[in-house]
Write a protein that binds this ligand. Structure first.
Ligand SMILES: *Cc1c(COP(=O)(O)O)cnc(C)c1O
Length: 335
């Protein structure tokens, strides 16, 4: 099934070494109990604040000088956009980020400050994506998408290599799931090295396109809803080529988490592990913190559990409101 194998991930690791942090895997005492040991893979320590640097650096490393001279382009204003701009800059290439006029000024400014050439078109993500296609067609720029690309998947997979090296006894990996590049890469690496490893995907209950697509058996669109896990928003692409099939084949369980559960986990990671984790990266902890969610997995969690804490790029006003229980999410459920 797979168009990628473990050797692609080893090659990716060699390419990204030096530009991407080999992140620590630290025991989280506040999440351990008599039956489980939990460790956190801190992708929050990457230079751009999220794991997406791995895939972007790997993809950019494979471009020819001629491709680099014409520049790279994407339509992401989030963690992928930040990563691509950083990765391009390391190689002296220009990165263009296309966005709609609805993207808030602070986000536009943040990505411009990293060195991006920002182009604004239309009033939707789709219209911004049309501009990407135009720039590829007209100016020969190379598009680097956020997840559905073999080099991006291989780059994210290096996380799996690192975890298996640092903790060969690991039983279960809990991975945030949106477009599925992260889960595809990690599961491919981990299960090739150790077939008994289980991979659990965690999504936000509000607008999880991959979960809906798995249920439908084909990629489908879902309405995008506001969520604390904003980095998990967006579709998987109706013409998805790689990640849908990978996730379908490699994921053992999936759990959808509510906003209040995400908020509790963000607060927990801050108060008990001193971590600033964005909503998308708190879902693994959220699963472990909710007894009902653990029971639903009925013994399939295993003993040694690694959670990918995938990023730290959260608006700090939102973050402090969540942590101090001033955020509206706390009003939705008593207690
Ligand atoms: C992109 C992202 C994810 C999900 O990765 P996919 O490859 O899209 O599934 C999880 N957490 C953070 C912080 C992200 O930026």
């Amino acid at each position: 099934m797979s168009l990628l194998d473990l050797s692609d991930i080893y090659h990716a690791r060699r390419r990204i070494a030096g530009q991407v942090t080999r992140t620590p895997l630290i025991p989280a005492l506040s999440l351990c109990d008599a039956h489980t040991e939990v460790r956190l893979k801190l992708e929050t320590t990457q230079p751009t604040g999220a794991f997406k640097l791995r895939g972007a650096v790997n993809a950019v490393a494979r471009l020819s000088d001629e491709q680099l001279a014409r520049g790279v382009v994407c339509a992401s204003t989030g963690n992928h956009g930040r990563a691509l701009v950083w990765a391009a800059r390391q190689r002296g290439a220009r990165a263009t980020v296309c966005m709609s006029s609805l993207v808030p000024a602070n986000k536009v400014e943040a990505i411009r400050r990293l060195g991006a050439d920002v182009r604004i078109q239309g009033r939707s993500q789709d219209e911004a994506q049309q501009l990407v296609d135009e720039l590829v067609e007209r100016d020969g720029m190379t598009p680097i998408p956020p997840f559905d690309h073999p080099d991006v998947i291989a780059g994210q997979g290096t996380i799996g290599l690192e975890i298996l090296e640092d903790w060969p006894e690991v039983d279960t990996l809990i991975v945030g799931l949106s477009g599925g590049g992260l889960l595809s890469g990690i599961a491919l690496a981990a299960k090739t090295i150790k077939p008994s490893v289980r991979v659990i995907g965690v999504c936000q209950a509000r607008g999880a396109a991959m979960a809906a697509s798995l249920d439908a058996g084909v990629p489908v669109e879902v309405e995008e809803l506001e969520t604390l896990a904003d980095s998990l928003g967006g579709g998987i692409g109706l013409d998805n080529r790689y990640t849908f099939a990978h996730v379908q084949a490699l994921m053992d369980d999936r759990v959808l988490l509510d906003e209040i559960e995400i908020a509790r986990a963000m607060r927990h990671l801050y108060l008990h592990e001193q971590l600033v984790a964005e909503g998308a990266s708190a879902l693994g902890a959220a699963l472990l913190l909710e007894p009902a969610r653990r029971r639903a997995l009925d013994g399939r969690l295993g003993r040694n559990i690694a959670i990918i804490v995938s990023g730290r790029n959260v608006d700090m006003q939102t973050f402090s409101a969540v942590v101090e229980q001033r955020h509206p999410v706390w009003q939705t459920t008593p207690g």
